[in-house]
Design a binder for this molecule. Structure first.
Ligand SMILES: NC(=O)c1ccc[n+]([C@@H]2O[C@H](COP(=O)([O-])OP(=O)(O)OC[C@H]3O[C@@H](n4cnc5c(N)ncnc54)[C@H](OP(=O)(O)O)[C@@H]3O)[C@@H](O)[C@H]2O)c1
Length: 278
């Protein structure tokens, strides 16, 4: 993984993934809507970790913005000088150098809580959520994969959620799509040198809940740290593991969700979703 493109890289899990990848000497392409924040983070990471950082300000709910990011993912010139796990270069790559390099790891992380009930909610908000958490994941992965296969290596990391196994509104439906999509992709990619991994975080302390105005008054033990989620996700990518659920407690929750009768899941998890409005 010489160069990683991360969507939703200005806060939370995406920002932590960016830092951990930079510390492992990967150049970065950071994508999110907020240009100012992207520029600030790019400067901080580049100075602290000595890697090159390109930023792309894009709203992934808007079709032509997604197309711009997809075009970046199709850049196919083979890397020169810095290959997977190579030693840290003395001088960070310039933005122009990073922009000319193929993407070795695509991280589809951008997402948000829909924050409303489906029946009484705004349809525009539903479309934005679907576009960011499903449409962009589909299009960006489709753009990235052919070059990776041609180069014989690469990886896609998709961020789903433990809610994928629940009944918490359209958010859970989008995350279930991401999970199933990644599993299908991983099967299709077998033998190509390219891998697909889906990470299913449980409740993680980020800006996610505040942005949606959620109360999120869950007990302390329910919360994960972004550092742990990102570390487990990247370890899974390095192993070529398809499904990664960070923490023993959420692997337990996953197992319960799989084993419990769906009627029980709908009653318990559906109720929790209504309370927090995913
Ligand atoms: N936190 C949790 O409890 C939790 C649990 C399971 C899964 N997840 C998933 O983890 C992923 C990251 O979320 P987080 O918890 O780290 O939340 P966060 O701190 O709110 O970060 C979300 C990131 O997505 C970007 N983003 C939001 N809307 C966007 C859009 N339309 N176009 C482009 N970028 C957009 C935001 O940047 P800008 O505002 O600058 O665009 C930000 O960088 C999401 O997919 C989320 O569903 C979170």
């Amino acid at each position: 993984m010489g160069t990683a493109l991360i969507t939703g890289a200005t806060s939370g899990i995406g920002l932590e993934l960016a830092w951990q990848l930079a510390e492992a000497h990967h150049d970065l392409v950071l994508v999110a809507r907020t240009r100012e924040r992207l520029d600030q983070i790019a400067t901080q990471i580049s100075q602290a970790a000595g890697v090159g950082v390109q930023v792309i300000a894009a709203d992934l709910s808007v079709a032509d913005n997604v197309t711009r990011v997809a075009e970046r993912l199709r850049v196919g010139r083979p890397a020169t000088g810095l290959s997977a796990g190579a030693a840290r270069p003395d001088v960070p790559h310039t933005v122009e150098q990073v922009a000319a390099r193929p993407i070795d790891l695509l991280v589809n992380n951008a997402g948000f809580a829909v924050g409303q009930s489906f029946t009484a909610g705004d349809l525009g908000q539903e479309h934005r959520a679907l576009n960011v958490m499903v449409g962009a994941v589909l299009e960006l992965t489709h753009a990235a994969i052919p070059g990776m296969i041609a180069r014989g290596h690469g990886a896609v990391l998709n961020v789903s959620s433990v809610t994928a196994l629940t009944a918490m509104g359209t958010y859970a439906a989008h995350k279930a799509w991401v999970r199933t999509f990644t599993e299908g992709l991983a099967s299709e990619l077998r033998g190509t040198g390219v891998t697909a991994t889906v990470v299913n975080p449980g409740l993680t302390r980020t800006e996610f809940h505040d942005r949606a105005g959620m109360e999120a008054d869950w007990p302390r033990v329910a919360w994960l740290r972004t550092q742990d989620v990102a570390r487990d996700a990247l370890a899974a990518v390095r192993r070529g593991q398809v499904i990664c659920t960070p923490s023993l407690r959420y692997r337990g929750v996953n197992a319960l969700l799989r084993l419990a009768p769906r009627g029980v899941v709908r009653r318990v998890a559906g109720h929790a979703g209504a309370r927090t409005r995913y």
